[in-house]
Design a binder for this molecule. Sequence first.
Ligand code: NAD
Length: 295
Amino acid sequence: MVETRLKPLKAGLIGSGIQASLTPAMHMQEGAAQGFAYDYALIDLTQRGLTPDSLPALLSQAEQQGLSGLNITHPCKQLVIPHLDELSDEARALGAVNTVVLKGGRRYGHNTDWWGFAESFRRGLPDADLKSAVQIGAGGAGVATAYAILSLGLKNLTVFDLDPERATHLAQSLSVLFPKATIEASGDLAVAMQSASGLIHATPTGMAKYPGMPLAPELLSARHWVAEIVYFPLETELLKTAKLRGSRVLNGGGMAVFQAVGAFSLFTGREPDAYRMMRHFDNLTSGSRPSKDLQ
Ligand code: NAD
């Protein structure tokens, strides 16, 4: 049944260089499928010639215009926090917010990135061995994936990053949050992969702008599962190679869809149909588009 609302529900995404984002289409198509009018706007700092300094003004504007919420992406996920009234436990633990709910004059910060990866992993690699894994990449997305895999029960995590300080900092902060797990930073990927049952890839390597592999192919074997977070292209060189070497693989599309599933439910107060959103996403990504500026 088509619901008649006088005013459409409104939301938006704030970030830099986000013109190619699939998030607005995922939200609006799900709203249409549920029979209500839903406007989801891109608030692209780059296109508007703005810097993150304009965040407070953009948040106030969104409230004045009656938006139900905002997704927040690079480079604003940490910077937005001082401008919020409340944080969910996970957003506080991660120190990053990708979803702000605007309600009754208050701003509530959430993080659906980690849940998006956890949900995608739970569905896509349901019986993965969670004894030990290596994660390459300790940047913004890597914080969320590491938090997710540890929440799913991983016992040993080794973090590797070209910037060793980032890896060490992530390992130390996660050790406080997950005291029962062993979490360390390592400079030797080859040694870490020998004892690992899985690999999480959380760097931009494999996107058109950053072609190639984040590790030597011979480090992958049939013993490993491989979870990728890059989703443009969906099948990265890492995933192609991992499949050829017999590993079980998960692409980055699920994380992108489920972060939107979580945000849709927070903005609208309605449960989205996750399978329908996945089908929408598959349709959106089935024609190959140039890979740039996707969040
Ligand atoms: P970021 O710049 O914050 O972090 C990337 C990290 O990777 C940095 O610490 C960098 O030093 C490290 N790095 C880069 N190349 C490396 C290599 N070859 N070996 C080891 N470390 C390396 O970036 P981010 O925000 O964490 O995003 C990373 C990727 O994740 C991007 O491609 C982004 O599009 C993707 N992403 C996907 C989703 C999704 O929903 N699937 C969500 C967020 C981000």
